[in-house]
Ligand binder design. Sequence first.
Ligand SMILES: *[C@@H]1O[C@H](CO)[C@@H](O)[C@H](O)[C@H]1NC(C)=O
Ligand SMILES: *[C@@H]1O[C@H](CO)[C@@H](O)[C@H](O)[C@H]1NC(C)=O
Length: 362
Amino acid sequence: MLGHVKHSRQTFPKPRCCFVGFLFLLGVCLLYLPDPLTLEPLVSEENSGATLLIWTHPFGRYRKLPDCFALYQIGGCTLTDDGRAYPQADAVIIHHREVASGTADLPQEPRPRAQKWIWMNYESPAHTPRLWRFEDVFNLTMTYRTDSDIFLPYGYLRPREHRTNGLQNRFAHPLRAPSRLHLLRPRLLAWVISNWSESHARVALYYQLRRYIQVDVFGRAGRPLPEDSGGSVVRLVGRYQFYLALENSQHTDYITEKLWNAVRAGAIPVVLGPSRQNYERFLPPEAFIHVDDFPTVRGLARYLLMLRRNPARLRQHLDWRGSYSVHQPTFWAEHYCTACRAVRRNRGRTDVVEDLTRWFHS
Ligand SMILES: *[C@@H]1O[C@H](CO)[C@@H](O)[C@H](O)[C@H]1NC(C)=O
Ligand SMILES: *[C@@H]1O[C@H](CO)[C@@H](O)[C@H](O)[C@H]1NC(C)=O
């Protein structure tokens, strides 16, 4: 019988990813990242399966629930979106947006004993309203933050020599060391932006940057994605040497698909988001150019233009690619399956998320 451990964020801070790891090797760090596909098989006790209730489909968009075993070799998971399963569910995944906006209520209390309520959210704190309503409600957090109870980021790298199996390869995009053509991409700098807001730091940056360097803007605020890119951001960005991966707001670990699409496409990301140190938990230091690396926007523009004239220098930002694959988890299939695996592992514990607002804004 497992003891009941009540853990609070204040008294038992968890080891933070990579503070130590990066001093040695990226590979060490990545051991802290979730590894949905190469996990050691769970001891398949007959009765250790878990039923996970998906309380709402995120943003009200229905998606067929995945088969976790077929996709990720995570067994023992029953996923359901049928509220009638509530009394039997081992855990309920509750996506923030719907309960915060009132389009859905929280499940009825009292909750079945041992049932976990999982708070799932992939928006930044700036776009996560009414958090204060949910203090002492949830048992586990699931977000892009490395210190979440269930951590699954928007993307992550894996060293290529990492032992892989067929399944993992299905979801990993191997990166390539730069070829000669890669160093001579004809187009310079792209930005795809869907939510244009004059109040965003990224828009202010753009206004300054375009005084010094050509920026091709796509998305709602600029030109539509060109036909021949098939609407694919990765294909479009693959023609450019640099890509502006500018987050809508700047918060701990809030590094979204904007960065990972650029990495996949082989464009060097120019990032605006959390600090350089924070990005370095996820990527080698030379894999990106941080706007904070330069005292002025003009300095940043000059650096990009200088790199373009110096393939040898450019290469220094790209050579790391030969040893990595990038993985972009599939919303929301992989999230559900990862959560299910965590629930199976956390069985028998009592967890309470006490300082949700303070923690998420920290
Ligand atoms: C767009 O940005 C504005 C300003 O920050 C924000 O209020 C709004 O929620 C954003 N919309 C989306 C769809 O992210
Ligand atoms: C879940 O959280 C609730 C509310 O804080 C708490 O009363 C309950 O004991 C927790 N249950 C588990 C299984 O962690």
